[in-house]
Ligand binder design. Sequence first.
Ligand code: PMP
Ligand code: GLU
Length: 404
Amino acid sequence: MSQPNLKTASRLDAIKPSITLAVTAKAARLKAQGVDVISFGAGEPDFDTPEHIKAAARDALGKGAVAKYTEVGGTAQLRAAVAAELGRVHGTEISPENVLVSCGAKHSLYNLFIALLDPGDEVIIPAPYWVSYPDMVMMAGGTPVIVPTSPDDDFTMRPEALRAHVTPRTRAIVLNTPSNPTGAVYTKAQIEALAEVVLEKNLLVVSDDIYRSLVYAGASYASMAAVGPELAARTILVDGVSKTYAMTGWRIGYTAAPTPIIKAMAKVQGQSTSNPTHIAQVATIAAITGPQEPVEQMRKAFDERRKTIVELLRAIPGVSCREPKGAFYAFPDLSAFLGRTAPDGKTMSDDVTLCDWLVDAGKVAVVPGSGFGAVGHVRLSYACSMENIKEGVGRLRDSLLSLR
Ligand code: PMP
Ligand code: GLU
């Protein structure tokens, strides 16, 4: 008998597993084995979902109201709530018809690239970038075009760098402000300067706004769609409840986009997942339309942690760390430690080796910067307790200082 042919699609050959999820899974595995690891891995709030949101879900469950499929793109009530909320944030009129609710913003982005890209279409992604953008573009048959940015510009993309990377195949740019992993927040003036190139080169903008509510130190979220109607007409808004409302596990994200794009995305979703979970849609309505005080409380707590983690990281000789002004990540530069050798004889040839060693020997999990297109940096999520931050950065410090 012949062996079964277990070859998988060549489409996936160049696709890497998500490093953020891999680091988090490794830390969780070690913890389950009884190893005391502190994880700065996945960007996931440690808070529980606010009570009024859970109550709305419990009520709906009690009434038997959530056992059925909904419309593929989400209930009319939820789409209306999202349209109103995004319309308010971006200062534009958004129709519920132009909203599609998906199973997390990650799913929204995946649907979008599948719906948008033909083979060879290019998508401009400023680096450092969230790990999943390039791989999603590639899975959709597109070509990611990475635009390096400089720490001197706070890792924001300059308009001339954008212009220099546009080709006749460029369809869109990805804008993620506040940024995962750098915590950079584009100013209104920076967004307006990029908008000029976007118009000049006739591009679309994928605006991943998942961290827009988490800004600190006087920074504020600036919207590309708010620059003017010509920008609103070419900006695809991707947003969700995971980070703002501590709802990562509920898996709800949404997109607001021009009609042809939203229709194509709905087609993809209708032939793949169908609607996102009904009970999570009910919870999301409560999140968006209910009291926003819990969001402010969580933001304030993140801000305190942000200040502490940056201070502790900067106090480690050899570590430099810019001030993140949004999201919940610190992104220190550890390149001074590459090439050094540990007491156990292991040499830190690159940031992946360094991060592996940190978790095995130092019992502290951080994500290597190379996954974000920034070799030599590492990412720490500070969406964890102050205790963890103090103990975890202490471990990082001891480990780094033991390298020779
Ligand atoms: N965009 C960015 C930049 C992210 O960091 C994440 C990570 N959670 C997502 C999108 C997707 O979030 P979710 O699928 O939980 O809505
Ligand atoms: N987006 C979060 C992170 O960057 C969650 C994990 C993921 O989906 O990548 O850590």
